[in-house]
Design a protein around this ligand. Structure first.
Ligand SMILES: NC(=O)c1ccc[n+]([C@@H]2O[C@H](COP(=O)([O-])OP(=O)(O)OC[C@H]3O[C@@H](n4cnc5c(N)ncnc54)[C@H](OP(=O)(O)O)[C@@H]3O)[C@@H](O)[C@H]2O)c1
Length: 303
């Protein structure tokens, strides 16, 4: 049982690799660089898929919130092509494979749904195409389409903000919150669609393992929260106050308005199909997730 994982070197990809290995799968990562445990995108382009893949997963993508990169046309193109072109290449390799895999599982984002303080979105809700980010998610998902005649199970996980100690947003905010300087971001009224890293890796692995899972799954926790509720729960788990709001101007200046939206606007996303298909969350609510994330144990390699 071999799973090929595009972007398997990243924050989500590494957690997914470990989880699948614990479940008895062999994993091979696809990376831009040559690695002992992997192959490169050029290898896929030249030689197609390795022969014995039971599943292909793609979690590759240029980090959209990289503060060192200016939000200009060239960076936006990199953000887009790292998602759309990798999905397209894998879809092509799968459709041309002599022995196609059983499943093709890809990630996308909840930016598909239009930010709103009042709407509630499930996997069946309409979205896409109202701004640059939602158009990106539409094209990202469409790029993984396989010919109808192929008997390959397709799953797309629309992920919310992934919370974990070793990557993503928590790495940026842990120490300000730990020192008591944390607080809501912008107005704090915006929804904060979140998921613990163990659960996003868990849903992706569940999709690989379970032959009855197909289609779109919202990769968010069932315990919905606003940004202010998240800030208060995270600070509270560390016995700190959450009284220093981070003004919108800071995010708009650092990230630019189009990108700052990811933090300053949000969607109330419900994981309806994810729950219906039987996935059991390890961290369904903010309290349990923040308790895990706020523990200093793990931050210094302690177990
Ligand atoms: N983290 C979140 O909160 C979150 C939320 C929603 C959706 N997602 C999506 O989930 C995916 C993984 O996120 P992550 O947090 O694990 O990101 P990450 O840690 O930055 O890892 C992504 C991986 O993608 C590969 N990559 C980066 N730039 C690339 C490029 N220009 N072309 C091809 N591959 C490239 C890298 O692998 P190599 O260096 O080995 O090539 C990298 O290890 C992304 O597509 C992201 O948009 C993440």
């Amino acid at each position: 049982m071999r799973v090929l994982i595009g972007g398997g070197t990243g924050f989500i990809g590494q957690h997914l690799c470990h989880l699948l290995q614990e479940n008895g799968y062999r994993v091979t990562v696809i990376s831009r660089t040559i690695r002992p445990d992997g192959i490169t995108w050029t290898d896929i382009h030249r030689h197609g898929l390795p022969k014995d893949c039971t599943s292909v997963v793609n979690v590759a993508g240029e980090n959209i919130l990289n503060v060192t990169k200016r939000w200009n046309d060239s960076f936006k193109e990199q953000v887009k092509s790292s998602r759309v072109e990798t999905n397209k290449l894998l879809a092509k390799a799968i459709s041309e494979a002599e022995n196609p895999p059983e499943s093709f599982v890809t990630i996308s984002g909840v930016a598909y749904y239009k930010p709103s303080e009042t709407e509630e979105y499930t996997e069946e809700s309409p979205g896409g195409g109202y701004d640059w980010l939602s158009t990106l998610t539409t094209e990202w998902e469409a790029a993984a389409t396989l010919p109808d005649s192929m008997n390959v199970r397709r799953v797309t996980v629309r992920s919310g903000v992934v919370l974990g100690k070793d990557g993503g947003m928590i790495q940026q905010i842990f120490f300000p919150f730990f020192l008591g300087f944390g607080g809501r971001m912008g107005t704090g009224k915006q929804w904060f669609p979140w998921i613990h890293i163990d659960d996003i890796a868990g849903i992706l692995a569940y999709a690989v393992k379970n032959k009855s899972v197909y289609g779109i799954l919202n990769g968010v926790a069932p315990g919905t929260a606003t940004n202010a509720q998240f800030a208060s729960a995270f600070a509270g788990a560390m016995w700190r106050p959450a009284i220093f709001p981070m003004p919108s101007l800071v995010f708009n200046t650092v990230f630019g308005k189009e990108r700052g939206k990811i933090i300053l606007e949000g969607q109330k996303v419900i994981p309806k199909r994810t729950l219906e298909c039987g996935y059991k969350y390890k961290y369904p609510d903010l309290k349990s997730a923040c308790h895990d994330l706020s523990s200093i144990i793990g931050w210094f390699g302690l177990k």
